[in-house]
Design a protein. Structure first.
Length: 136
């Protein structure tokens, strides 16, 4: 009986830690982000280009680099680094099913097996939702 309870407790800890996301605000290991920034600045030297942004479909542009950073810090542990899914569903075509407003609601309130993501600010939730709404 103790072995069963111990196994259940360990499983619960693993599940909760995998979906926790965030909490990395105090760390300073940004080596991967530095490489991306250097690549982007090297590629984004043309004037008048809007590389790094996308149209959300309702006339507003989305800063894709910032949205992807928020996604990687808060969502990728469950939805996969490339939106392909994992513990959570794939988000590669989420924009064909939900509007940005719907996605904000899901982020802030949770849905199904996904808990509310209280660590995500309202601005970050809107940023990620607008970006995900372009995934059609």
């Amino acid at each position: 009986m103790k072995k069963l309870l111990s196994a259940l407790f360990l499983g619960l800890i693993l599940v909760l830690s995998a979906c926790g996301g965030g909490g990395d605000e105090g760390t300073t290991d940004d080596s991967a982000n530095d490489e991306t920034t250097e690549e982007q600045t090297g590629e984004d030297s043309g004037e008048g280009t809007d590389e790094g942004t996308s149209d959300s479909g309702d006339g507003e542009t989305v800063d894709t680099a910032a949205a992807e950073k928020v996604y990687q810090n808060n969502c990728a542990s469950c939805h996969g680094g490339e939106l392909g899914g994992g513990m959570g569903p794939a988000l590669t075509e989420v924009g064909s099913k939900y509007s940005a407003e719907d996605i904000v609601g899901i982020i802030k309130n949770g849905k199904g097996g996904m808990p509310a993501q209280d660590q995500v600010s309202d601005d970050d939730a809107q940023l990620v939702a607008s970006w995900l709404a372009t995934m059609k």
